[in-house]
Design a protein around this ligand. Structure first.
Ligand code: 13P
Ligand code: SF4
Length: 311
């Protein structure tokens, strides 16, 4: 079954046969994005998962995304091509430590980035994504005390944009912290017309030199709606696939990372664990399956429902 054309055909056939919906994040390989029924950012994927009548949700993304789909759909089977596709942000907030931290601040509203485990969401009042974080924080009363976890970079960005003070958890995304500011600035000098655009999981010095900051969906929309013709894109390189499709005439330059000057460095190795072969196996054997303990699920779902209401 190694031939990609056969794999694609089989995946499409199995999808129909099993009434499965195939969801993929913008950071997946191009061939996975092209085969999926829907490609989106974390928020759009969660909304899509909430709005499907499929029996199986095949989630080509990382574990917390599939887990979120399962929290919303306890009666559906949610499968993930590689169970080890984690996330450095979700890892940065172990549930036990997080619950102790929350307990130490009982007067705080707990706002958590969707890049977190179901257990952490169970201690959360409102889940947010990078698409809706500013809107949701701004909707809270001005004197509300807020814990924000696990991304300190997104947290600092929200604080700067909203003027709120928040108690931050100390986590970060390995991919977005790896961008090399000096190399990006040099690249910008060579391409002065190219606008730097960045995801808010990046560090503040990079966000400060960016012309636009936003989630993957917002960055994709920006290159389509903006009048410019060149961009230095500081987020995971997978997004370039949809960008190139949307604006083939524009110059899209992947932002270089610290380790190397190739775009391979801005790839999320967790996201890239999913392959066409694993997608096929996962759908064929309906394995690995993502499950959430019911007592955790019922506690976690409230924070996701709050997010949907406030988005
Ligand atoms: P968004 O797709 O919500 O922008 O999130 C980026 C990300 O890092 C997902 O893991
Ligand atoms: Fe997690 Fe960063 Fe990978 Fe997104 S890009 S899944 S935040 S490690």
């Amino acid at each position: 079954e190694n031939n990609p054309t056969d794999l694609k055909k089989e995946i499409t056939r199995l999808k129909e046969e099993k009434n499965a919906v195939f969801l993929a994040h913008y950071y997946q390989d191009a061939e996975i994005q092209d085969l999926a029924d829907f490609v989106g950012d974390s928020l759009a994927l969660a909304q899509k998962a909430a709005d499907t009548d499929a029996d199986i949700i095949l989630f080509a993304g990382v574990h917390f995304m599939a887990e979120t789909a399962k929290i919303i759909n306890p009666e559906k089977k949610v499968i993930l091509p590689d169970f080890k596709a984690g996330c450095s942000l979700a890892e940065a907030a172990p549930a036990k430590e997080f619950s102790e931290f929350v307990k130490q601040h009982p007067d705080h509203t707990v706002v958590t980035y969707i890049n977190s485990s179901a257990e952490v969401k169970a201690y959360t009042d409102i889940t947010v994504t990078s698409t809706n974080a500013l809107k949701i924080i701004n909707s809270l009363p001005e004197d509300e005390k807020i814990i924000f976890a696990p991304d300190r970079n997104l947290g600092k960005y929200i604080m700067k944009e909203t003027g709120r003070d928040m108690l931050l958890w100390d986590g970060a995304c390995v991919v977005h912290e790896a961008f090399a500011l000096e190399k990006i600035v040099d690249l910008h000098k060579e391409n002065p017309h190219a606008k730097i655009i960045a995801h808010p999981e990046s560090e503040m010095p990079l966000l400060k030199v960016a012309s636009f900051v936003g989630s993957t969906a917002a960055l994709l929309r920006f290159v389509q709606e903006d009048e410019g013709d060149a961009y230095i894109v500081a987020t995971e390189a997978g997004i370039l696939h949809k960008m190139r499709e949307a604006v083939p005439h524009k110059n899209l330059i992947p932002a270089p990372s610290k380790e190397d000057n190739t775009c391979a460095c801005s790839e999320c190795h967790f996201m890239k664990m999913n392959t066409l072969e694993k997608v096929y196996n996962c759908l064929q054997y309906e394995y690995p399956e993502v499950n959430v303990e019911e007592d955790i699920r019922v506690k976690a779902i409230g924070s996701i429902e709050r997010m949907f209401e406030l988005s």
